[in-house]
Design a protein around this ligand. Structure first.
Ligand SMILES: Cc1cc2nc3c(=O)[nH]c(=O)nc-3n(C[C@H](O)[C@H](O)[C@H](O)COP(=O)(O)OP(=O)(O)OC[C@H]3O[C@@H](n4cnc5c(N)ncnc54)[C@H](O)[C@@H]3O)c2cc1C
Length: 462
């Protein structure tokens, strides 16, 4: 149907005519995210440059009952930024400034459109450290990370986005601006609205400013690549490492199919029998890192590792991470469609989960590629299939059902960091009870009684 001309002109007046578009070719670019198969055209895309503009846009949207969908870079894996009911996409590419890095109090204050790797570099240049590092850090935004409570390889030691958000500025669906949290190390006045908004997938409020906690930059980092001739051995090693006193900052797992896909990107030849690899990273002062590297090396040897390599310089470490980060896009070499799930199981259950994935693969006849942040039990399972083949699509859906059922049986969760969005809505009730969902829906109604903010997400009846 498209957008009413009067409303469109009002939006132009609010942000300037160069910063709102309804050209079809532009709308298409904002109709999808990284979750394949979910494309819905918005009616307009608006590029605000300030919190005041966001507030005015929300007031207009509420008056006209127009859906508004906050969007960072659209790298989300569950359709979170997809405008399922049309409306206005709020794109934050102009609100991309690091406003302050406070060296005395170890905080950074940023706008939501800051690219995560830009923040990493800016604080590291000053001897500080912002740990959350989703594999998409070169493209995704802090606003999107707050929306999804993003994790990443370093979460195993340092936690996820929510552990670093001290306070937020946000615009409510009615246009009011709120300020949550603190800019101090502690603060418990009232309910924790910050934590409520972090991970709310853009359904409660539009985040316009974020104050983040920083750490001192670790002096030394050691990166290891450890190969195994058997997936279960690698999985058991992960559980074993996590029971040691040493906490690596990353414990990433790549299965045989993953290794096949990235082997040409590695700076070393994989042993012929390699069927799984762990990327381990330790950080701290030089003496501790040296001692811990030796301890981990010995543990991996006792766990029957085929090959253990320690990166000799930052270049070798970077090459290893580049191969790991290339995995998600290169999966399309296997098949033209993937369902990517980010299940998490308790660390002690990783070997059971790995065995279970193997049996789901055998039963479905499809290729399932698994890799991910095994140190915190977060395994990314990619079910690959031919989207033009209805029977394969059916098998893929069955495989997801089995995967989630097995995950929950092992005491896990259906999503560790990608959120529910659109693609996991049908499974929410598998994990979250009716009473708990009712509480969540009431919270949504308090923030957004007219359901204009990112409608059609998380709850099947939203
Ligand atoms: C190759 C690849 C690797 C990835 N690796 C990881 C990983 O290791 N760990 C991980 O956690 N994720 C990973 N992801 C998923 C994705 O990058 C993250 O979910 C990321 O946080 C999304 O950021 P974005 O800027 O692209 O947000 P978008 O996809 O644009 O939006 C994500 C959600 O946040 C909401 N949102 C965005 N901005 C705002 C705002 N200002 N206010 C309120 N809500 C907002 C949106 O409405 C949406 O619901 C990966 C994705 C890809 C493609």
């Amino acid at each position: 149907m498209g957008m009413d001309d009067k409303v469109y002109r009002h939006l132009e007046n609010l942000v300037g005519s160069g910063f709102v578009t309804r050209k079809k070719e532009d709308l298409v670019c904002y109709s999808y995210d990284a979750a394949p198969g979910n494309a819905f055209l918005p009616d307009a895309v608006v590029f605000p440059k300030s919190e005041t503009q966001v507030s005015e846009i929300m007031r207009l949207a509420l008056k006209k009952r127009i859906p508004v969908i906050p969007r960072g870079s659209g790298s989300g894996m569950t359709g979170g930024a997809v405008p399922v009911q049309g409306g206005v996409v709020l794109a934050f590419s102009r609100m991309n400034h690091i406003l302050d890095i406070d060296l005395d109090n170890f905080t950074a204050t940023v706008e939501p459109g800051v690219i995560v790797s830009h923040l990493h570099k800016a604080v590291e240049d000053l001897g500080l450290f912002y740990p959350p590092d989703p594999a998409s850090s070169d493209v995704c935004t802090i606003g999107g990370n707050v929306g999804e409570c993003a994790g990443g390889p370093r979460a195993v030691k340092y936690g996820v986005t929510r552990d670093y958000v001290l306070g937020l500025r946000a615009v409510l669906p009615c246009g009011d601006v709120i300020s949550t949290g603190v800019s101090t190390a502690k603060g418990v006045a009232g309910y924790d609205l910050t934590r409520l908004i972090v991970g709310s997938e853009g359904t409660l409020a539009v985040v316009t400013g974020i104050t983040l906690r920083l750490l001192p930059r670790p002096a030394c980092v050691a990166t290891l690549a450890v190969c195994f001739d058997d997936m279960e051995k690698a999985a058991r090693t992960v559980s074993g490492i996590m029971r040691q006193a040493v906490i690596p900052r990353c414990v990433e797992y790549l299965d045989e199919a993953s290794l096949f896909l990235v082997k040409d990107r590695l700076q070393f030849a994989l042993p012929k029998q390699a069927k799984a690899m762990l990327i381990l990273e330790l950080d701290g002062d030089e003496i501790t890192v040296k001692a811990q590297t030796e301890q981990i090396r010995q543990f991996c040897t006792q766990s029957f590792a085929l090959d253990i390599r320690v990166a000799k310089d930052p270049g070798q470490a970077a090459a290893l991470w580049e191969a790991r980060k290339a995995l998600s896009p290169v999966l399309y070499k296997i098949a033209n469609q993937k369902i990517n799930e980010d299940i998490v199981v308790p660390i002690s259950k990783i070997p059971d989960m790995v065995a279970c994935i193997k049996s789901i693969q055998a039963e479905s006849g499809l290729t399932i590629v698994s890799f991910g942040h095994a140190g915190d039990g977060n395994i990314h399972c990619n079910i690959m299939y031919d989207k033009t083949d209805a029977s394969q699509a059916k098998q893929a859906k069955k495989a997801v059902d089995r995967l989630f059922a097995a995950t929950l049986e092992l005491g896990g969760t259906i999503t560790g960091e990608h959120g529910v969005g659109l693609t996991k809505m049908a499974y929410l009730s598998w994990e979250i009870g009716r009473v708990e969902q009712d509480i969540m829906k009431k919270i949504k109604a308090v923030f957004d009684p007219f359901r204009i903010l990112n409608p059609g997400k998380i709850f099947p009846d939203s």
